[in-house]
Each structure stands twice: as structure tokens, then as C-alpha cells.
Ligand binder design. Structure first.
Ligand code: NCD
Length: 304
């Protein structure tokens, strides 16, 4: 039985296959509409979510399956003191696969040890978010036509932004990838990512706090929200939350073929005037998320 806890749980070949299946689903949705008949997905969300949970649920419905679950810890027995491992053992008896989001780093990994059904990490604290990364890879593959030879700017909260951590881990396995890491000093990428991923794989990267400095070189600009819920004090958050606001003026020198991404939700990081720019891909990106999750559910349930 396979789980998806970390994006590295999938080989590059498996990711390529998931992307291929997702593209086929986009072209021929009817072919897949009964693949998960009588199967159930449980979405256990101990933290807020809109896109991830609803796209998982829509994905299972479009595969002909059913969904059950909860969208906040307070409406589950967690509020009575039940442990994650007990919850998982019980829910595994009601469904075939579980997507779980939790504020504690490593909680989905713990869950997978106790589970009889596949566990998908739908975000664990400030750590990882592998299915957002699959979404991002499908987006890049569709919009840029390749996953190698890219210069990727990651901007905003690189410290707590789990989507950034998983995306760096995934992209570092493709050829000739360069990163421009744009953040305020307080929100720089964690050391362990530099040591264990970037340095270890000899990936070229620069760190800067200037968004415009490298704009003209970027093929992808990945904006992120400052992760308010991970801050220890309100003051720091208020000081840093509007550090970068992408607007038309800041895109002046950008490539015509730039892909502007954001995992969403957006707070202030991208001015709404950018939404009508043909390079803005974030709403499309959210849509791609449903198709890649359909492909992932099929893979983990071993349905051809
Ligand atoms: C992201 C997350 O939850 O980490 N959202 C998402 O799943 N699309 C990004 C964020 O919340 O800022």
C-alpha cells in the first residue's frame, strides 16, 4: 500500500505518469467517470482549507466515488481529546483512502503508520504540501511545456510556506533548474532545505529581498502568502504581511512568457490588476489541482 506524505515518495517517472493521466482526464473526463464507483475518500481537515479539500472531494466525485469527512478539528472527536492514530484507525474502517491536513508537522506520517488505507498529506504545518506540488507541476507542464531548464522565482514567506518547500524538493530533481529566492530576511528558506536539497544537488540559487532585481530572468514567478497562523506574534506578521505586492509596474521587465503562480489564498501579495494579465495563472492553477488529484487517487487505489 502506498501513501503520499512527501513529494519524494514519488519517483520522477511516477510524477510524469500522473501528469500524463491528469492531461488525459482533462481531454476525456467521461472515460474516468465511473473508475471509483463504490469507493470512498475521507477528507480529515484539522486546519482550514478551501481549494485542497474541495478539489479532493470534486476529484473523487468526478471519478464516480463518494466523500465523507470533517473540515475542522472542533467538529471531530479531536476536540474530546482523541489521538490522531485512533481517529485514523476508526476512519480507515469507513473509507478506502484518506486525505489529511494537520497543523502539526509529521502528523500525516504518524497517521500512515496506523492506517489500513492510503494516506495523502494535504498539508502538515509549515512542512510539506505534496499535492499542491503535483498541482504546480501539472500547471508548469501545461503552461511552460516542460519541467526542466527553468528559472523559478519564489517570493514571500519561504520560511513557513510549505508549498515552497515541497516545490523546491520536486523541481530540484529536474535538469537545469535555477531558483531565485525572494523574501524578507526573517522569512528566508530554512537551512535544512538549503543543505539537504539545494546544496546536495548542486542547484544554482540566489537569495534576495528585492522582487524586481531578477524579474527579467524568470520563467516562473511563484508568489506566496505570509503564513499568519505560524507566527508567534502579531506584530511581526503585521510588519511583514505586505512586504511584496506584485503589480503591473513590478512586472515591467518580466518575460512575455512568464508564468505567474500562487497556491492561493491570496491576501495582498498580488494586486487584482494583475489578474487580467495573460501571464497570471493562479486561478487556472487551482483548477489543475482537481485533475492531478484525480490521477493521484487512481494511482493510490491501484485503479487502471
Ligand atoms: C496553501 C497551504 O495550505 O499551504 N494553500 C493551498 O493549499 N492551496 C498556501 C497557503 O495557505 O498560503
Amino acid at each position: 500500500m502506498r501513501n503520499l506524505i512527501d513529494i519524494k515518495d514519488l519517483s520522477i517517472e511516477e510524477i510524469d505518469e500522473l501528469i500524463k493521466v491528469a492531461k488525459d482526464i482533462m481531454q476525456n473526463p467521461e472515460k474516468y467517470s465511473e473508475k471509483c464507483k463504490y469507493k470512498k475518500l475521507a477528507t480529515l481537515f484539522f486546519e482550514p482549507s478551501t481549494r485542497t479539500r474541495l478539489s479532493f472531494e470534486a476529484a473523487m466525485m468526478e471519478l464516480g466515488g463518494n466523500v465523507l469527512g470533517f473540515s475542522e478539528a472542533s467538529s471531530s472527536s479531536t476536540s474530546k481529546g482523541e489521538s490522531v492514530s485512533d481517529t485514523i484507525k476508526v476512519v480507515g474502517g469507513y473509507c478506502d483512502i484518506i486525505a489529511m491536513r494537520h497543523p502539526k508537522e509529521g502528523a500525516p506520517l504518524v497517521a500512515s503508520v496506523h492506517s489500513d488505507v492510503p494516506i495523502i498529506n494535504a498539508g502538515d504545518g509549515g512542512h510539506n504540501h505534496p499535492t499542491q506540488t503535483l498541482t504546480d507541476l501539472l500547471t508548469i507542464s501545461c503552461e511552460n511545456g516542460r519541467l526542466d531548464n527553468l528559472t523559478i522565482g519564489l517570493c514571500g514567506d519561504l520560511k513557513f510556506g510549505r508549498t515552497v518547500h515541497s516545490l523546491i524538493s520536486a523541481m530540484s530533481r529536474y535538469k537545469n533548474i535555477k531558483f531565485v529566492l525572494i523574501s524578507p530576511d526573517e522569512l528566508k528558506i530554512p537551512e535544512y532545505i538549503k543543505e539537504e536539497i539545494l546544496d546536495k544537488n548542486n542547484i544554482e540559487y540566489v537569495e534576495t529581498n528585492q522582487i524586481e532585481e531578477h524579474m527579467s530572468k524568470l520563467d516562473i514567478l511563484y508568489m506566496t502568502r505570509v503564513q499568519k497562523e505560524r507566527f508567534f506574534n502579531e506584530e511581526d506578521y503585521l510588519r511583514l504581511k505586505d512586504y511584496y505586492i506584485l503589480n503591473n509596474d513590478r512586472l515591467r521587465t518580466a518575460k512575455e512568457k512568464l508564468t505567474i503562480m500562487h497556491p492561493l489564498p491570496r491576501v495582498n501579495e498580488i494586486s487584482t490588476e494583475v489578474d487580467s494579465d495573460p501571464r497570471a495563472c493562479y486561478f487556472k492553477q487551482a483548477k489543475y489541482g482537481k485533475y492531478i488529484r484525480m490521477a493521484l487517487i487512481l494511482k493510490l487505489l491501484e485503479i487502471k
